[in-house]
Design a protein around this ligand. Structure first.
Ligand SMILES: Cc1cc2nc3c(=O)[nH]c(=O)nc-3n(C[C@H](O)[C@H](O)[C@H](O)COP(=O)(O)OP(=O)(O)OC[C@H]3O[C@@H](n4cnc5c(N)ncnc54)[C@H](O)[C@@H]3O)c2cc1C
Length: 718
């Protein structure tokens, strides 16, 4: 359907009526190619996509700075798939074909391109994550299949097993001889892993564990690689020791991980006692074969217990270096953070693709314009800048934050330092939750910002949205993960008042909390004008002030409510407050890393450009969360009188109404955010080009750097 605005004369003032103009343009399609006015389409394309002077150099310098240590490895992955059209994902295919293709893509990456992901993970996690992100660029299903095989199945052997397991399985997993699964989730329990019901009872007579699904609620569900390709599964189950509980009853030692063969290595037939069903067609990620598994007293050797944190001896005695079930459980789950790191990192990759397509198209697409003048690019509309430019800035912010996360993860793997471990645990939860939620929302905005052409499957937003959507849920549901961040902040808060030390990421709380708590409103008190709003110290101060105040206030509320509601009830009563706190903290970390990355950029021109993008990120975040700032007294009502600006009312995404008295700071922040969006728009093309994503990864015709319309029309058959 044609847009109603084009019929309603929104471009009034043009001599030719919109209907006539449209008719004239449509009639061009009736001409033979050689009759068409020369380069009609190409000219239209160029008008909006003009480069700023020296734009190519600007992009190149920026790309050089963004390029991670392992860009060359990623480039090799891209080249490999570029040269193998038989391995490229078509726009339409059946579930069976997609699964088959996805497996062939992974196998070829390993066997033909010679990538050894598990070796990379063991030697240099940063390179491993770079390959995983590149694979996800080729097809998100491939990235996830890759993650199931290596982060989850391989990661469980590396991190929860001991030498005997690594010796036996490492090579087979690495070269994909042994595709495997990670079977944690059950029909009745996903997030609450401690409530899993599958059992692994030790049989001292045969020296085996008996894996059993006690009821339908305990059927392992959603298990990647299970429906078609998996040969083994790491199964999470309650370890039961006979006669060792009170009065000779069986003792439940809590959740442990066991290696269970599920298909014959030669014939691929499902093994006796195991029932596998297909979870079926999903709303996305259909290259991944998710299945459900039921175990009917399946016997496995005692050695198949992944025994890094707890072991059972031949005579059935349990030993562990960790004193309690809770500590063992925390250590087991703590070792699985790599999956979350990979998801956060890959989610930024998806965001970059969506933003690149939407931005390039917004530069190319022209609708309406001043009377008797050419139409303008839709990115010249303030509303469009408002939709896309903060998103572009966020892609940059997340890029630096996830690079930092990957570096921290690598450091943790190298040092096994407990503080770094705690830091990575919370950071990976927080960044995974925050970034994947942001990306999921942004893909829909990108689709809408491309109008009707954003709805064509070939232009990718449908697949990006559907494939990425589950990133918010697997590897830990985002709402649950944010609570872990909030819980950790509260623990740190209590430590602070006990005089203890704070772990690395939260150091700012130690420095800032005392100031913020003794001085109710230091940020607004030091407010001076635009220069001040663009001062990174001010911006970081504002973010940290908000976090400190939220932490202080939620701690007081929890204390108050726990007297009447108990710990669980009080937590639930303050849940939204806790989630806001967690997001606020993660935003502080993201901004801090962005500011650091701007400062350490050696090239002055590039640094200036990044500073502009960073300012937009910071001020847009403050503006979007102005309700919370208002609630924590960040915006002082009396400031309105100083400025004399027009009064302004806004509603933040948290739903708080702002009163007109606070218009001084509000107006300044709002206006500056719009201005910065405009400034970023002027270099938008350079900014997306600097992501350095090849056409193979962008794929959408409307997101191509040149001849976008021509590629699009060709796809349809013209
Ligand atoms: C495509 C796909 C692939 C998957 N692959 C695997 C795999 O390979 N291996 C595997 O083991 N699992 C896998 N999973 C399962 C996945 O990890 C779980 O779905 C995930 O952990 C969430 O658990 P759940 O589905 O039980 O959601 P639930 O925990 O039931 O959550 C449902 C809703 O309740 C909310 N909620 C839950 N608890 C709380 C709380 N404490 N506070 C506030 N809100 C709460 C959540 O936010 C969510 O909105 C996969 C799932 C999918 C869809």
């Amino acid at each position: 359907m044609a847009s109603s605005s084009s019929r309603s004369g929104a471009g009034a003032g043009n001599e030719e009526s919109p209907a006539m103009r449209r008719l004239r343009r449509l009639s061009l399609h009736l001409l033979q190619p050689f009759d068409r006015p020369a380069e009609q389409l190409a000219l239209a394309a160029c008008a909006g996509a003009r480069r700023v002077e020296g734009g190519a150099e600007v992009s190149a310098a920026l790309a050089a700075y963004l390029r991670g240590r392992h860009r060359a490895t990623q480039a090799r992955v891209f080249e490999f798939f570029r040269d193998r059209p038989d391995l490229q994902t078509p726009v339409e295919q059946t579930t069976a074909a997609h699964r088959d293709l996805c497996f062939r893509q992974l196998r070829s990456l390993v066997r033909d391109a010679g990538v050894r992901p598990l070796s990379l993970m063991a030697a240099d996690p940063a390179e491993y994550f770079a390959v995983m992100e590149a694979a996800g660029g080729v097809d998100i299903s491939l990235g996830v299949k890759f993650g199931v095989q290596y982060s989850l199945w391989g990661g469980s052997i590396l991190n929860l097993g001991t030498k005997k397991h690594r010796d036996k399985f490492f090579d087979g997993i690495d070269n994909l001889d042994i595709p495997g699964c990670f079977a944690m989730t059950e029909l009745h329990h996903g997030s609450n892993v401690q409530a899993l019901q599958t059992t692994a009872a030790f049989d001292p007579v045969t020296d085996e564990f008996i894996i059993n699904t006690p009821n339908d609620g305990a059927i392992k569900w959603w298990i990647g690689n299970a429906a078609v390709h998996g040969k083994y599964a790491t199964v999470f189950a309650r370890l039961i020791l006979p006669l060792q509980g009170k009065g000779g009853t069986p003792a439940d030692m809590g959740i442990h991980a066991f290696i269970v063969p599920i298909r014959d290595l030669e014939t691929h037939a499902v093994l006796p006692g195991i029932e596998i069903n297909d979870c079926g067609h999903k709303i996305g990620l259909n290259g991944v074969d998710n299945g459900a598994l039921r175990f009917r007293s399946v016997r496995i050797p005692r050695d198949n217990l992944l025994n890094r944190f707890g072991d059972v001896s031949r005579d059935g005695k349990y030993t562990s270096s960790l004193p309690t079930i809770n500590k063992r459980f925390a250590a087991t789950l703590g070792e699985l953070v790599g999956g979350r790191v990979g998801i956060a990192y890959s989610s930024v990759g998806v965001l970059k693709v969506a933003v690149t397509i939407a931005t390039r198209y917004a530069l190319l697409r022209q609708q309406f314009g001043p009377p008797k003048q050419p139409e303008i690019s839709v990115l010249d509309y303030q509303s469009h800048q408002h939709k896309l430019m903060p998103m572009l800035a966020s892609s940059y912010a997340f890029h630096f934050a996830t690079i930092y996360l990957v570096d921290k993860y690598s450091e943790m793997k190298k040092t096994n330092d407990e503080d770094v471990m705690a830091d990575v645990h919370v950071l990976s939860s927080g960044l995974k939750a925050y970034i994947t939620s942001y990306t999921a929302k942004s893909i829909s905005i990108c689709r809408e910002s491309c109008g009707g052409h954003g709805y064509a499957a070939v232009n990718r937003f449908g697949a990006l949205r559907n494939d990425h959507d589950i990133f918010q849920t697997f590897e830990g549901d985002n709402t649950v993960l944010l609570q872990q961040v909030a819980g950790d902040l509260l623990k740190q808060y209590q430590e602070k008042f006990k005089g203890g030390t704070l772990s690395v990421t939260w150091n700012y709380l130690r420095d800032s909390m005392s100031t913020y708590l003794s001085q109710p409103n230091p940020v607004t008190a030091r407010w001076e004008g635009e220069d001040h709003l663009r001062d990174p110290n001010f911006q970081l101060d504002a973010f940290r002030y908000r976090t400190s105040r939220l932490l202080h206030s939620v701690a007081a509320r929890l204390q108050k409510h726990s007297k009447t509601l108990g710990g669980f009830g009080a937590w639930n009563r303050c849940l939204n407050h806790l989630l806001t706190l967690a997001e606020s903290h993660i935003e502080s970390v993201i901004l801090a890393k962005f500011i650091e990355s701007v400062k350490s950029c050696p090239d002055e021109k590039t640094r200036k450009l990044l500073k502009l993008v960073c300012d937009l990120y910071a001020l847009d975040r403050i503006w979007k969360d102005i309700g919370t700032y208002r609630n924590v007294d960040y915006v002082a009502p009396n400031k309105a009188k100083v400025c004399g600006c027009h009064s302004h009312t806004a509603t933040s995404h948290k739903g708080a109404e702002l009163d007109s008295d606070s218009s001084f700071s509000l107006q300044a922040i709002h206006k500056l955010t719009d201005y910065l969006s405009y400034q970023v728009r002027l270099v938008a093309r350079e900014l997306v080009d600097a992501f350095d994503l090849p056409d193979l990864i962008i794929r959408a015709p409307i997101g191509m750097q040149s001849e976008a319309y021509a590629q699009y029309t060709q796809h349809v058959g013209f």
